[in-house]
Design a protein around this ligand. Structure first.
Ligand code: FE
Length: 129
């Protein structure tokens, strides 16, 4: 999926563009899905790719929506990120390349992973609708 920056600017909100396309991070505890406990699926706000399930969401205390697993590892891309003076693993949408957040290895069982994801990179599809 290839889109120009201009196309992305048109289809995304300013905040979504800043995060998905420019790899910024939303302010901690500010995102709309941080405390969402409804059953459903989190999809990429850029392209609709299914990324995370409410079944794998947990409260990490970090201030960002956190998941211990993705819906399908083929739907995400992990990239080494050496920005900000740290070595981290960035998580991108495998379909549109949008920046989602980072993954750390201090999460709960069974994976031990903590996907730390910006709310602005996601849209939520409730199971109740
Ligand atoms: Fe995407």
């Amino acid at each position: 999926m290839k889109k120009s920056n201009e196309d992305w600017k048109e289809s995304l909100s300013e905040e979504q563009y800043r995060i998905l396309r420019q790899k910024n991070t939303e302010q901690a505890f500010s995102g709309e899905y941080l405390n969402n406990k409804q059953p459903g699926i989190y999809i990429c706000a850029g392209c609709g790719n299914p990324l995370f399930s409410s079944e794998n969401k947990f409260d990490s205390g970090s201030g960002w929506p956190s998941f211990y697993d993705s819906i399908d590892n083929r739907h995400i891309e992990k990239v080494i990120d050496k920005s900000s003076g740290m070595i981290r693993t960035e998580v991108e949408c495998a379909s549109c390349g949008g920046h989602l957040g980072h993954v750390f290895d201090d999460g709960p069982a069974p994976t031990g992973l903590r996907y730390c994801i910006n709310s602005s990179s996601l849209s939520f599809e409730s199971e109740n609708e």
